[in-house]
Write a protein that binds this ligand. Structure first.
Ligand code: NAP
Length: 248
């Protein structure tokens, strides 16, 4: 599809779901992929083994992106060790749902720490080698919920909308260095995150999807590979909707 051989990609939250599919898709196109997981060691090892079996290269490292200093260190070390960093996909994310009047500050803080501060910390560290190389691709995994809102997801929506503001600002700030910054906004994707939702919530969400089904993680990964590729060289500050028609 797109040739990513000789490129190094760093993906946060690659052990499961959308992140895992992104790791696999980037590796299939020839990228050397370094990805992080928070707690699921066995899942992360399985991803590495699967990629290896198909002739690709993927390495896993433990990282809680709430630790911004450690996140920056992991990205910086990876770029130094492998001599380059071409692509960052800031994917790790959590959802803490509930009615806003009942939501505890801790839940909001945790959501922002993982989804916003974690993603932006990795981006700051990735920008340094990318600026030096005068080339780079940063892709934030936001959400359709960050664009349209969703009752019961105020904290999550706020965090995902923040990533869209950051995408557009960073795209303007680093365009002169030839670093592109884009976001994808997935709709309803079949992963652990959505499997936990109560059935009536799932039914209501599906009813709002013109394509009438959830996305596979792979269907989100493919547009990410495009944004990571040389072919996407004139795409920056974009929000790529991958939502089955839920929001147009
Ligand atoms: P998921 O299946 O729950 O996987 C989450 C991933 O993030 C895992 O790899 C997890 O690592 C990692 N992670 C969680 N907390 C972390 C932390 N504190 N530090 C570092 N890594 C952490 O989620 P998903 O559905 O694939 O979602 C991936 C991204 O897509 C998220 O940003 C989510 O908001 C976004 N998204 C999802 C949907 C959807 O319908 N699923 C829709 C729109 C956007 P462990 O495996 O070690 O726990």
């Amino acid at each position: 599809m797109f040739d990513l051989s000789s490129k190094v990609a760093f993906v946060t939250g690659g052990s499961r779901g959308i992140g895992r599919a992104i790791v696999e898709a980037l590796a299939e196109q020839g990228a050397h992929v370094v990805f992080t997981y928070a707690t699921q060691v066995a899942e992360a090892e399985a991803v590495c083994a699967g990629v290896r079996e198909r002739g690709g290269v993927a390495e896993a490292m433990q990282l809680d992106v709430r630790d911004v200093a450690m996140s920056e260190a992991r990205v910086t070390e990876t770029a130094k060790r492998l001599g380059r960093l071409d692509v960052l996909v800031a994917n790790a994310g959590i959802a803490r749902d509930g009615l806003w009047v009942q939501m505890k500050d801790e839940a909001l803080d945790e959501t922002l720490a993982v989804n916003v501060r974690g993603s932006l910390g990795c981006a700051r560290a990735a920008l340094r080698p990318m600026m030096k190389a005068r080339k780079g691709r940063i892709i934030f995994v936001s959400s359709v919920v960050g664009e349209m809102g969703n009752a019961g997801q105020t904290a999550y929506a706020a965090s995902k909308a923040a990533l869209l503001g950051a995408t557009k600002s960073l795209a303007r700030e680093y365009a002169k260095r030839n670093v592109t910054v884009n976001a994808v906004t997935p709709g309803f994707v079949d992963t652990d995150m959505t499997r936990e939702l109560p059935q009536p919530v799932k039914d209501a969400m599906l009813g709002a999807v013109p394509l009438g089904r959830t996305a596979t993680a792979r269907e989100i990964a493919t547009p990410v590979v495009f944004l990571a590729s040389d072919e996407a060289s004139y795409v920056t500050g974009a929000v790529l909707r991958v939502n089955g028609g839920m929001l147009t």
